[in-house]
Design a protein around this ligand. Structure first.
Ligand SMILES: C[S@@+](CC[C@H](N)C(=O)[O-])C[C@H]1O[C@@H](n2cnc3c(N)ncnc32)[C@H](O)[C@@H]1O
Length: 289
């Protein structure tokens, strides 16, 4: 079906991250995961030839599609003309102010070159649920637990804001043209974190600093990081906190009965998002405001 459409409209794909999902079962699973309701307003990034869009539009009150490629916009307009509830915006999602659009769900087979930036952009907005296709390795990073190589800054950021689950692995053969790598569908459900963060901006800055040198011990990483510009006497602050016991009720199993000094001699990937929030709150108290 999708191959036929590509032929009919003479769409080759390959440029602008254009890999079209041809597996109907995978398309249906994406739709199921979005738990679409008649009142939903869905934002789709990269409509392509409309293979996801045509499954979304009949089930919701409105579908807003942002698509970069004018050729794809023409195909979308031609193929989806029967639906009166679709708004197509031609442009780069990274240049579009999403706060000007009203939507409560996001469904997209994303352009992989902007995976990180567009995900962080989504997380600045309010929405109920997102179902997003990523490159498989990237999807693993989003859902990774602390302790492994996939766990990093992005995992902390995404898991602080949402419950993130990998719901489907999609092999490269499910796309036309096939990309070089496999993909996976992630469901994001925003919710308040179970731990407190005193200052979000500072928490993100600490997280970024912690993972800037993931093989080094935390103390050395921080002292060589831009965090020094936020806390000029960072070395003294860390030395003075060193003997302070961590609050067992706020930190993960890996940090039970440990001191700040013990934490500083660990590596960032050993800290859970809650541990990083706890540590960032400690440092925030020492930051000159
Ligand atoms: C992986 S394809 C997905 C197409 C289709 N939705 C599907 O599932 O088969 C990504 C789509 O995003 C579009 N695109 C690429 N970069 C974009 C950007 N920065 N903003 C909006 N759309 C973009 C491409 O033209 C392409 O149609």
């Amino acid at each position: 079906m999708v191959r036929q459409i590509l032929k009919e409209y003479n769409v080759k794909g390959g440029k602008m991250d254009q890999h079209f999902l041809i597996d109907a079962a995978a398309l249906d699973e994406i739709i199921d995961a979005a738990r679409l309701e008649p009142a939903d307003i869905v934002l789709e990034i990269g409509g392509g030839i409309g293979n996801l869009s045509e499954r979304i539009a009949p089930r919701v009150s409105k579908l807003i599609i942002i698509e970069l490629d004018p050729q794809m916009v023409r195909v979308l307009k031609s193929r989806l003309s029967v639906y009166e509830n679709i708004e197509i915006i031609q442009g780069n999602v990274m240049d579009i102010d999403l706060s000007k659009l009203q939507f409560n769900k996001i469904v997209a087979n994303l352009p992989y070159s902007i995976s990180s930036d567009v995900t962080l952009k989504f997380l600045q907005h309010k929405f109920d649920l997102a179902v997003l296709m990523y490159q498989y390795e990237f999807a693993q990073r989003l859902t990774a637990d602390s302790g492994g190589k996939d766990y990093g800054r992005l995992s902390v950021h995404v898991q602080y804001k949402t419950d993130a689950s990998l719901i489907l692995k999609v092999p490269k053969e499910s796309f036309e043209p096939a990309p070089k790598v496999d993909s996976a569908v992630i469901q994001l459900i925003p919710r308040p974190a179970s731990y407190a963060v005193e200052d979000e901006k500072f928490f993100f800055a600490v997280t970024k600093a912690l993972f800037s040198q993931r093989r080094k011990k935390i103390k050395n990483t921080l002292l060589g990081s831009p965090l020094k510009s936020e806390i000029p006497d960072l070395k003294d602050v860390l030395d003075n906190l060193s003997d302070q016991p961590l609050d067992n009720s706020l930190v993960s199993n890996a940090l039970q009965n440990k001191t700040v000094g013990d934490l500083l001699s660990m590596r960032a990937e050993e800290l859970s998002p809650a541990d990083i929030a706890y540590f960032s709150n400690l440092l925030y108290g020492k930051k000159s405001k």
